[in-house]
Design a protein around this ligand. Sequence first.
Ligand SMILES: [Mg+2]
Length: 170
Amino acid sequence: MNLKPNMYKKNIYEINYKKLKQLNIQYLFFDLDNTIISYQDDIPSKESIDLFNNLKKMGFKCFLFSNSHSKRLFKVKDILNVDIYYSSMKPLNKNYKKVLKKYDKNKCAFIGDQIMTDVIGAKRNDLFIIFVDKINDNEPVYTKFWRFFEGFILRNYNKKNILVKGKYYD
Ligand SMILES: [Mg+2]
């Protein structure tokens, strides 16, 4: 499977949303943990609240698409005023199927910080995926488990110059 993300950016604030508009993308599905907030936080920053307000003004419909449990998601949902898909079990297809039943896949973009969940989940469904650097290294054991495998892929992609840490593109 070709896992090269469609875009790679330092964080959600650096994404070229205008370009996404030009690509006719309307629905943005954000991972939560280490993409919007760190695992240590449970409420979004002012910066991310502003971002989501701007995205709405630009005409995007935004969602949280997270493996995290509902309690954590509902708190953020109310602050950012977005819809949520929780306990998504990425990279499994469960919630991707739900999304694709409702929305045109060509108008969807997924955004996340993990290869093994966010990127593989999107790629196996042939979806547009934007990879971002994780917010910090302070992660729970189950995420570290995924990072271990991610390391093999990233080292291999780094050698082939396919995906190099800090070499952002869109
Ligand atoms: Mg994440």
